[in-house]
Ligand binder design. Structure first.
Ligand SMILES: NC(=O)c1ccc[n+]([C@@H]2O[C@H](COP(=O)([O-])OP(=O)(O)OC[C@H]3O[C@@H](n4cnc5c(N)ncnc54)[C@H](O)[C@@H]3O)[C@@H](O)[C@H]2O)c1
Length: 344
């Protein structure tokens, strides 16, 4: 075994895929999740995929005493990957205090406990939302941080600053901030994937739910943007590839290879794909026709953003590997599996 890693939000979408990759790379994992946006059976499915059932603690990161007990029960945690957060942009506008409390206090609790229990570092789930609409594309880590469009986006910016300030104050810890672009797809086993609560806010679950007949029609918000086909452009990153980036980050941290105490990496493919291109690729990859229509622009949408992942490629040694066709087939396979399980 290589080391014990605490994964908050480890039964969630990106967290569960990361736990699989960590275990397959011989790390020992302790999951903390309050199951506010995930299901306990994810732990069993991770066990089925990897042959190892990770330790699971149903604990809220806001509950400081309960969180501290986790560190006591699982002595020797070397690093944390902190996924646990509320993540619905629209809901964050309606309930800003819920978002500020959950996303910021959870991180503060962890940072306060880390030195007491000798935890060497934290990998934090940040987002390309910190760049807003970049002036230059592809966007590098040097691009200026733009004023956040939502309380959710603001929590990512504030949390990045909290981590910088904590390290600067002399607390003996390292950090790696991973700015994800748009994670999509599911594990090739079809056993874990994204499980949206209610009406999906993200494009892919809405798209696959439309394809399977749960939703009537997929709306494409705007075809009059300044892009080749007029629809918005994003950098869609396969969730297993994204999960692997965390394993590279943890190895770099625990092997003491960081150049700076806080490092920042874009985690994307480097390729911008328009919403219409994504729909057509889904249709050709799966043979399933999608009922979609173009509607007006949606407030707050960024026109186009894609990553320059050169730093992650060179410094972390990580590359996005999976093609869009395979990724979209995995998302469709996951939707079919959910139906078999009677979930959606
Ligand atoms: N999915 C994306 O498009 C995306 C993009 C950029 C960044 N991120 C960030 O990546 C992280 C993981 O996102 P995801 O898509 O896997 O979301 P998710 O909702 O599937 O996973 C988050 C998990 O955290 C848990 N959780 C939330 N608050 C908690 C708390 N207080 N204590 C314990 N557990 C708690 C939830 O139950 C859930 O299992 C989040 O920080 C998110 O903001 C996600």
């Amino acid at each position: 075994m290589k080391g014990k890693i605490l994964v908050t939000g480890g039964t969630g979408y990106i967290g569960s895929h990361t736990v699989v990759e960590l275990q397959q790379s011989e790390y020992e994992v302790v999951i903390v999740d309050n199951l506010s946006n995930s299901r306990a059976d994810v732990v069993d499915y991770i066990g089925q995929i990897t042959g190892v059932r990770p330790a699971f603690e149903q604990v809220d990161c806001l509950d400081r005493p309960a969180l501290e007990e986790v560190f006591c029960r699982h002595q020797g945690i070397e690093a944390i990957i902190h996924f646990a957060a509320s993540k619905a942009v629209g809901e964050s506008v309606q309930k800003p205090l819920l978002y500020y409390r959950n996303n910021i206090v959870s991180l503060i609790n962890l940072l306060e406990l880390m030195p007491k229990y000798g935890v060497k570092g934290i990998v934090f789930s940040s987002s390309c939302t910190v760049y807003g609409q970049p002036d230059v594309l592809p966007v590098t880590e040097e691009a200026p941080i733009k004023k956040a469009e939502s309380p959710y986006g603001n929590t990512k910016q504030i949390n990045e600053e909290i981590i910088h300030d904590t390290v600067k104050s002399g607390v003996p810890m390292n950090a790696i901030l991973l700015r994800y672009f748009n994670p999509i797809g599911a594990h090739p086993s079809g056993l874990i994937g994204e499980l949206p609560n209610g009406v999906p806010m993200n494009l892919i679950p809405y798209l696959t739910q439309t394809a399977i007949g749960i939703r009537e029609q997929l709306s494409v918000f705007g075809d009059d943007y300044n892009t080749p086909d007029g629809s918005c452009i994003r950098d869609y990153i396969n969730v297993v590839d994204l999960a692997k980036a965390h394993v590279y980050a943890i190895a770099r941290m625990l092997e003491g290879k960081q150049d700076e105490q806080v490092e920042v990496f874009n985690i994307g493919t480097g390729r911008g794909v328009s919403v219409l291109e994504l729909i057509h690729t889904f249709e050709s990859a799966t043979g399933v026709k999608l009922n979609y229509r173009i509607v007006g622009r949606r407030a707050g949408d960024i026109e186009q953003v894609w990553a320059d992942p050169a730093k992650a490629n060179k410094v972390l040694g990580w590359h996005a590997e999976t093609g869009l066709d395979d990724t979209l087939r995995s998302a469709w396979n996951w939707q079919l599996k959910l139906r078999e399980r009677g979930i959606q």
